[in-house]
Design a protein around this ligand. Structure first.
Ligand SMILES: Nc1ncnc2c1ncn2[C@@H]1O[C@H](COP(=O)(O)OP(=O)(O)OP(=O)(O)O)[C@@H](O)[C@H]1O
Ligand SMILES: [Mg+2]
Length: 455
């Protein structure tokens, strides 16, 4: 199994509407402040989420499910993102939306399975024999291509590595030269080369080359201590899905036809059940030997009422397996039909799954809370508010929805610019809300003159 060069497959998180949320805003005792870390109100739900985070950190939460329920726009998605912030980047957090499972190419359970495996992390600790140091020399040796043709091939590459103790010159294989190029290694960088696999890792640029700039992309590291050739503990965080992807071999041979066939195939189907079982086996061996440590993360399924019976049955089963993350579900549905059936069930979720869930409710916001959230949003979006803007916005928020009002901020600020004002006023807000209708106003208009539309 390859683990040296596993590429991370974790996804970029969707943020835009939730950029202001930085965490749950709880104190050391787990009590929520009225407004902290970008979150306002909703104290009970935040404290409950805080306990879940504590359980996840102490690894007692695997295989359980949390369900966030509440009316639209009461902060369910925001809360789950806050949970992911609290967990930090070392614990995998895999967000998905219920409707993602519907694809004409990939089976529903396959999508769920992939996301489950994205949410289970593995911390692999290995003592490795490495050559580490600052690069003092990097000279590829070239020779005529023995197969003829133009150009030259690299026969080997000479690398000089310096530590505090001394300098060593290594003669390395041409394939390592390729990895050196891939990592964009230059003279003056600190690198290590793994002795048995030849994998190259660039640690950063040596301190000696630090420049005077205040702001730079480069990370500077001190000159490594000890010998160039040594044993070093290397810690790598991967998810099970990373391992699946890294070990999925492209099928078919090297001839044109099979290459063409491969192009047509979606890459996702390459990961077979057999491969997964194989990886599970190796992983359990690692766990037994203590080389690796399991880090159960969070699988967040938003709009969970979009799943159908097949998916729910799969979820039930997957939750019981020994390699399970904690599953957080969110829905804004009340009593409704389970997707694709006529069965009615609370939240559109079958009762047997509901039975496994701990349910957290989010409450509607008061007018002051709406105003507070809007003030935070305005700050994040760089909009300065006049004195009368916030009450006007909150009033609209009370009539319509929090989300609509948040979205109104930017158009209103553009209107105020056009009107030559520096701060947003109540007038701009009202003007914007007349140009852009909210759902209720649009529905009311439809009732009035629905006969002019095609039905
Ligand atoms: N307590 C809060 N503090 C700060 N911002 C909040 C809070 N609750 C919600 N928001 C913000 O309000 C907007 C709507 O909330 P969110 O998307 O989380 O609602 P939701 O409960 O997921 O709704 P839906 O059921 O429609 O998915 C988001 O921009 C969110 O960041
Ligand atoms: Mg949501």
């Amino acid at each position: 199994m390859k683990i040296e060069e596993v590429q991370s497959t974790s996804r970029m998180q969707r943020i835009a509407a939730h950029t202001h949320v930085k965490g749950l805003g709880l104190n050391a005792q787990g009590v929520a402040a009225q407004s902290a870390a970008g979150l306002v109100g909703q104290e009970a739900a935040r404290e409950a989420a805080g306990i879940a985070v504590e359980l996840i950190r102490s690894k007692k939460m695997a295989g359980r499910a949390l369900l966030l329920t509440g009316a639209p726009g009461t902060g369910k998605t925001a809360l789950s993102l806050a949970v992911s912030h609290e967990l930090g980047s070392r614990v995998p957090f895999c967000p998905m939306v219920g409707s993602e499972v519907y694809s004409s190419e990939v089976k529903k359970t396959e999508v769920l399975m992939e996301n489950f495996r994205r949410a289970i992390g593995l911390r692999i600790k290995e003592m490795k024999e490495v050559y580490e140091g600052e690069v003092t020399e990097l000279t590829p040796e070239e020779a005529e291509n023995p197969l003829g043709g133009y150009g030259k091939t690299i026969t080997h590459v000479v690398v000089g590595l310096k530590t505090t103790k001394g300098t060593k010159h290594l003669k390395l294989d041409p394939s390592i030269y390729e990895s050196l190029q891939r990592e964009k290694v230059n003279v003056g960088d600190v690198i290590y080369v793994e002795a048995n696999s030849g994998a190259v890792k660039r640690v950063g640029r040596s301190d000696a080359y630090a420049t005077e700039f205040d702001l730079e992309a480069e990370e500077y590291v001190p000159l490594p201590k000890g010998d160039v050739h040594k044993k070093k503990e290397i810690v790598q965080d991967v998810t099970l899905n990373d391992l699946d992807v890294a070990n999925a071999r492209p099928q078919g041979g090297q001839d044109i036809m099979s290459l063409m066939n491969q192009m047509g195939k979606p890459k996702k189907t390459e990961i077979t059940e057999k491969l997964r079982q194989e990886i599970n086996r190796v992983v359990s061996k690692y766990l037994e030997q203590g080389i690796a440590e399991l880090v159960p993360g969070v699988l967040f399924i938003d709009e969970v009422h979009m799943l159908d019976l097949e998916c729910f049955a799969y979820l039930n089963r997957a939750l019981e397996s020994n390699l399970a993350p904690i599953v957080v579900l969110a829905t804004n549905r009340g009593m409704c039909e389970i997707h694709g059936t006529d069965f009615r069930s609370p939240h559109g979720i079958p009762v047997d799954l509901l039975d496994r869930c701990m349910i957290i409710r989010t409450q509607p916001y008061s007018l002051e809370e709406v105003a507070q959230i809007l003030a935070i949003r305005a700050q994040v979006e760089g909009i300065s508010l006049g004195d009368d803007a916030l009450p006007a916005l909150a009033e609209i928020g009370g009539r319509t929805s929090l989300r609509y009002t948040c979205q109104l901020l930017t158009p209103a600020s553009i209107l105020s610019l056009v009107n030559g004002r520096e701060k947003l006023t109540a007038e701009d807000v009202r003007e914007a809300s007349q140009i852009f209708l909210d759902a209720k106003a649009s529905a009311a208009l439809l009732l009035e003159n629905g006969d002019r539309y095609i039905t």
